[in-house]
Design a protein around this ligand. Structure first.
Ligand SMILES: Nc1nc2c(ncn2[C@@H]2O[C@H](COP(=O)(O)OP(=O)(O)O)[C@@H](O)[C@H]2O)c(=O)[nH]1
Ligand SMILES: [Mg+2]
Length: 231
């Protein structure tokens, strides 16, 4: 696990007693971007969803937004290698990151994507946190560790969803949760973990609280970070 970042950027993390929710029902596809410099204007707040393919990302976004068409949008051929932006409300966005970090794509494509992803996490001012989805039966694979590593470098808070928790009985699900928490011990200030199921909506309130907290942060909670977009 990465070294604990020094928290110049992580000034706030989920508070357990916030009960407000955002309405995600009218979330709409905004645009795709192949790189940071063709992303939408960097204002407001956004939260990015990442996960290995099959982790349950589309299902989670569908369950959250009550809109099966959104995930279909991001499956449109040609868009799959890009960052997809969705508008929840004025200057509030969800971001769908492709899950092929360690999949079989040409090395050049992989390297370019990794570079763009790293830069996106590092320099995107409006990005307030990363939701990292992992199948509860296969947590903390290489892709997940890479995302956590980049998040650490960028001092970006991470909230992990252990997805498809309905596939396990209560005991084993709790054991899996504790196992992941144990591995991330010492990082609680910026990484949180919960059980989640898109099928029975277990953990939806907890996810909603985290999203509310991140997506309604006032602008000045994060110090401006200089970006050289010519790189
Ligand atoms: N039992 C169960 N299956 C799920 C859940 N979420 C996703 N799945 C299944 O896992 C597979 C991959 O889900 P998908 O959302 O497409 O994953 P993605 O590749 O990360 O977008 C599909 O067959 C889903 O039906 C869940 O919460 N419970
Ligand atoms: Mg998907």
């Amino acid at each position: 696990m990465p070294k604990t970042p020094n928290f110049t950027r992580i000034t706030v993390i989920n508070t357990p007693n916030k009960s407000q929710k955002l309405n995600f029902k009218s979330t709409e596809f905004l645009q795709s971007a192949s790189a940071l410099n063709n992303a939408p204007a960097d204002f407001g707040c956004e939260v990015a969803f990442a996960g290995r393919s099959n982790a349950g990302k589309s299902s989670a976004i569908n369950a959250l937004t009550h809109n099966g068409k959104l995930a279909r949008t991001s499956r449109t051929p040609g868009r799959t290698q890009l960052i997809n932006f969705f508008t929840v409300a004025d200057q509030i966005r969800l971001v769908d990151l492709p899950g092929y970090g360690f999949a079989k794509v040409p090395l050049k494509v992989k390297e370019e994507w990794n570079k763009q992803l790293e830069r996106y996490l590092q320099y995107r001012r409006s990005l307030k946190g990363l939701i990292l989805l992992m199948d509860i039966r296969h947590p903390l694979k290489d892709y997940d560790r890479q995302m956590i590593e980049w998040a650490a470098v960028s001092e970006m808070p991470v909230h992990i969803l252990l997805t498809k928790c309905d596939k396990l009985k209560r005991g084993p699900a709790k054991t899996a949760l504790l196992g992941v928490k144990k591995e991330l011990k010492g990082h609680e200030r910026w990484i949180s973990v919960q059980l989640f199921s898109s099928h029975n909506h277990e953990g939806m309130d907890e996810l909603q609280r985290t999203l509310y907290w991140w997506l309604t942060l006032p602008d000045d909670d994060v110090a401006p970070i200089e970006d050289d977009l010519t790189k």
